[in-house]
Design a protein around this ligand. Sequence first.
Ligand code: BTN
Length: 249
Amino acid sequence: MLKEECIRKAMELDWPITCLEETDSTNLRLKEIARSGDLRPRMLCAESQTAGRGRLGRSFLSPGESGMYMSLLLPLPKDALPLTIRAAVAVCRAVEEETGKALSIKWVNDLFWQGKKVCGILAEGVGNMAVLGIGLNLRMPKGGFPGVPIAGALETDAERERLMGRVAFHVKRTLDEDGQAVLSFYRQRMFLMEKEITFLQNGQEKTARVLGVDEAGGLVVLCDGKEEILRTGEVSIGSHQFLEYKQPQ
Ligand code: BTN
């Protein structure tokens, strides 16, 4: 069972913490708490999830022991840089601090280690607050990640509770930090720069070249000779480009 006192020590915040053995989805449970009227920032985490939710209606495999599943109820950022971008930076900082591993970011907020996705982030609105869910694969589950060839694990013995606490600490820090400072870290870790990507626009597959990330976290691309900014959705990259990908130093 997850130990609340270890999380609290690492978190350095007095936010309420709820640890569950098993739940359907920590995001769903935290939204329920927020809807009951308790809008204080807080953390809810679980040893395992039976219906972990991913972006774009996908599921997120959340077996016990091998991963870290947590949700935070938070106010929205005060400037234009979205919470999802800030959260990606916060997880990178916490993971590096605790394991020495420097993760890379695939826009918007998928985190990669050695060419595999090891962390997913899902932000959902509730009133004028947000529930930020973070799932980090620490070790490969026995059966792997069936049907998700891109998924992998960090392969670390770092203590889960400590990592959760440090992630919460860094999320709070990025919320208090100037968005442009957070963005400069994000741009250094975002590995799609200059790459050719594909994405869906009005049901049509488009190919584009990535030029950068704008001040509000949008992906700036060159598509059909014109500059465009993607604000939501997902982009894909050919698998050969994952092989070419280099770990940040
Ligand atoms: C994605 O990669 O599509 C986002 C995955 C987010 C998973 C986390 S695990 C904790 C929280 N609870 C959920 O149901 N989902 C998020």
